[in-house]
Design a protein around this ligand. Structure first.
Ligand code: ZN
Length: 459
């Protein structure tokens, strides 16, 4: 006969005492609307495009009657530069307005009000994709790019206009206009001055190819891309398929993979040495980015969301170098925001282990890790002990010689302005410096034994 034992298992609920933040805060970020392009500007662009189109047709670069092919299927026209320390760099402030009445009578493709009109009768004619977080910092450091949504021919370009506008004005924007094989065109507006693709009018571009850096040229209240599309008959197209897009110019989606109307994303998970300040437009934000903290320093941890959904929550964790959990809590996001930021400041006492810490943020099934170094050896000490960059200075290749055979998870080279000029997540052992201009660079290595920095001089 079997004996049955009833086991009384006592779960203990609490098991470690968790440190509380010494400061916290955050909120939504509101991207102001402004009329991206006046009607007079739009008409003069049409005129210039038509002039250019005629010339390109006469030169046999463009076909006189567009090919009978289906409209293009677009890929997303905004991406981050490969070295940018974010997960994602954009959110949407406005879609196309389908309600012809005005003012304040708006309807987007999904029957929502994520669009705008003006008292002058302008109904928004494109998609506004704004950069988030640290828009001006991204502009300064060329971190958010417009890329061609489809293959095509550059049909017109305008550049050289001031790109740090904060309010409605009558200035012209910097823009690239691309015609596709079916005769439709896509407009990429508000770009940074001098950042436009070096390709000339008449040259072809491929989907995904660099077009320019997102800026705030023309009628703009901050860095964003205004993406406007016309079909071969010059009828405005709303690229989204939805219940409230009833236009005959767009009876199906123009996207290869149409993104959902609400599209929550973790844009960044970062650590800072001081609380950042978004400052006043158009002043560049004070970011206080830091991935290296000396012993005794507090750490500000922060998460940045696009389309934060109301009544959701996220899991924030600080994980020690030995993989034990120092801090773990759920944070409730109450409101809906196109863009939001949340921060928590932890005192030095939280960081009771030296080495590489992980800040982990999980939101709606997605997890992003951010690594930072806390309280380890000084850079000089480490340089003497663990790796050497030789020869330094150099005109050519530098060898990265590890003394402890550590594995490099990421190597990044930044110039004196803090702009990343090279980045890789391969376990490299050399960098070709000859491709960079003369000057001093900072090499940052994230390895399995810590994050380390070394000056590299290109002579
Ligand atoms: Zn716009």
């Amino acid at each position: 006969m079997k004996k049955f034992y009833s086991l009384l298992i006592l779960f203990s609920v609490c098991c470690y005492s968790q440190q509380e933040p010494i400061d916290s805060g955050g909120g939504g970020y509101h991207f102001n609307n402004g009329e991206c392009l006046s009607e007079a500007q739009r008409q003069s662009i049409f005129t210039e495009i038509q002039k250019s189109r005629t010339q390109l047709e006469q030169a046999n670069i463009l076909k006189r009657s567009p090919q009978i092919v289906p409209h293009p299927l677009f890929i997303w026209p905004v991406t981050k530069s490969p070295s940018a320390p974010y997960n994602n760099v954009w959110s949407i402030s406005n879609y196309v307005d389908h309600n012809p009445s005005f003012p304040n009578q708006v309807q987007d493709w999904a029957c929502g009000d994520r669009t705008y009109d003006t008292s002058g009768g302008y109904n928004h004619k494109g998609i506004d994709i704004f950069t988030w977080p640290f828009s001006w910092y991204m502009l300064d450091n060329n971190q958010a790019w417009a890329v061609a949504a489809a293959d095509g021919v550059i049909i017109y370009k305008s550049d050289g206009n001031f790109d740090r506008n904060c309010a409605f004005n009558s200035g012209n924007w910097n823009a690239v206009y691309i015609q596709h094989a079916d005769g439709s065109t896509a407009w990429y507006g508000h770009l940074k001055s001098g950042s436009l693709t070096s390709k000339l009018v008449g040259e072809t571009v491929s989907a995904g190819e660099y077009i320019g850096v997102l800026g705030s040229s023309g009628n703009s209240t901050g860095p964003h891309l205004h993406f406007e599309v016309y079909n071969a008959s010059n009828q405005l197209v709303d690229t989204y398929l939805g219940d409230c897009n009833t236009w005959t110019s767009s009876t199906d989606s123009w996207w290869l993979n149409q993104k959902p109307y609400l599209d929550p994303k973790i844009n960044a998970v970062l650590t800072h040495s001081q609380l950042y300040n978004f400052n006043t437009c158009p002043q560049t934000e004070s970011t206080y980015f830091s991935d290296n903290f000396p012993a005794g320093a507090p750490v500000i941890i922060s998460v940045y969301l696009a389309d934060q959904l109301a009544n959701t929550s996220g899991l924030i964790q600080l994980i020690r170098p030995d993989n034990s959990i120092a801090v773990s809590f759920n944070y409730d996001f109450l409101g809906f925001y196109y863009a939001a930021y949340w921060y928590w400041t932890y005192a030095a006492s939280t960081f009771n282990q030296a080495g590489v810490w992980t800040l982990r943020f999980t939101y709606l099934g997605n997890t992003v890790d951010h690594l930072f170094n806390y309280g380890t050896l000084s850079n000089t000490e480490f340089t003497n002990r663990a790796f050497e960059v030789l020869p330094n200075p150099t005109e050519n290749t530098v060898q990265i010689q590890s003394k402890n055979n550590f594995k490099i998870n990421k190597a990044q080279l930044t110039d004196m302005t803090g702009k990343a000029v090279f980045s890789t997540s391969e376990n490299i052992n050399q960098i070709d410096m000859s491709v960079f201009s003369k000057g001093i660079y900072l090499l940052t290595i994230e390895s399995d034994q810590g994050i380390f920095k070394e000056k590299v001089i290109r002579k």
